[in-house]
Design a protein around this ligand. Structure first.
Ligand code: ADP
Length: 313
């Protein structure tokens, strides 16, 4: 079976512990998440051989992240650790109006040094070449240095030339970029090197000011992407595959409690099905199904037993 490697950052998550919400003293629950990591978890849970690629420290939380990945069946041999370093962290706060606010401590995270050191890059790229599929996002690009982005872009070229398939989600987060123009230029560069693009209409509107699906699709028409998938929340998914635009319905989901991780889990469902050889329509339906389970539960990574109980392969 084909293998996929997902590259990015996984962070320590501190989220309000539900039982303590009405107490004066806030109690936080410890978890671990990050966009590409969430996707890796759901790819593994849906039966795809998945490796995660990141850099961590040698602290107890980094060890817990590695154990968690292993317990999910994710390959960890491309996760390297360094003494004295730490993973990034974020806290979730429930604001008075019921929205979730996110606060990050991630500037010193070891993952920011992905593709920075030649010896590490050489070791890593050799292993990545053995995976048939590669996945990362605009968040992965945003947290690494300009030099590392260049190294990664060159590697993607080499990887695709050798027959590998590169899947990309723009996942635009304005605060991670110096300015919007920088993000536009780098995302566009990456889109020209992608085989599968998994975009969200909200991100496209934020990054480019698009007012319509047509505007989004038109921008990437000459990028040479064979599969462009546009997620639009509860609205139908738009797929542009080999130049043909198809709209695929999203069935109504009852009992939505938290849409965190919807896009990440959709991507996992989509890519996992494609890795297994399903056509793009079935892959979208699979992505929609996986996301529907995630949004009916709290948090980006749903407890495995709950996920497995609702998942229909
Ligand atoms: P992101 O999390 O990246 O913003 P979206 O909100 O577009 O991504 O959601 C990704 C997928 O999750 C959608 O294509 C859909 O399948 C599912 N989804 C998200 N929100 C809802 C919703 N309210 N009802 C049904 N499905 C949803």
């Amino acid at each position: 079976m084909a293998r996929i490697a997902a590259i990015g950052e996984v962070m320590v998550e501190l989220a309000p512990y539900p039982e303590a919400q009405n107490n004066e003293q806030e109690i936080m629950a410890l978890g671990f998440a990050g966009d590409t990591f969430n996707t890796a978890v759901y790819m593994a849970r849906t039966g795809t051989r998945t490796d995660y690629v990141t850099l961590l420290g040698d602290d107890p939380y980094s060890s817990q992240i590695i154990s968690l990945a292993a317990s999910e069946g994710i390959g960890t041999k491309m996760i390297e650790t360094m003494a004295g370093r730490l993973p990034g962290m974020y806290m979730i706060r429930n604001s008075a109006d019921g929205e979730r606010e996110f606060y990050y401590w991630r500037k010193e995270a070891r993952a920011r040094e992905l593709f920075a050191e030649k010896s590490h890059t050489d070791r890593l790229t050799k292993q990545l070449m053995e995976c048939e599929y590669l996945y990362f996002s605009g968040i992965t690009l945003a947290i690494i240095s300009e030099h590392s982005r260049e190294v990664l872009l060159n590697f993607v070229d080499e990887y695709r030339a050798a027959g590998g398939v590169f899947c990309f989600d723009i996942n635009y987060r304005p605060r991670l970029w110096d300015c919007q123009q920088q993000a536009q230029q780098i995302m566009m560069d990456m889109m020209r090197h992608a085989d599968m693009a998994l975009l969200t209409l909200d991100d496209e509107e934020l990054l480019w000011g698009d007012g319509s699906i047509d505007a989004t699709v038109a921008r990437y028409r000459d990028c040479g992407i064979s599969e462009l998938i546009l997620k639009r929340g509860a609205k139908e998914v738009v797929a542009v595959v080999d130049g043909e635009e198809v709209h695929i319905p999203v069935p109504r989901v009852d009992g939505v409690v938290d849409t965190t991780g919807a896009g990440d889990s959709f991507n996992a469902g989509y890519v996992s099905a494609r890795v297994k050889g399903y056509d793009f329509r079935s892959a979208v339906e699979h992505g929609v199904h996986v996301a529907s389970i995630v949004i009916r539960n709290r948090g980006a990574i749903v407890k495995k037993s709950k996920f497995d109980a609702d998942y229909l392969p």
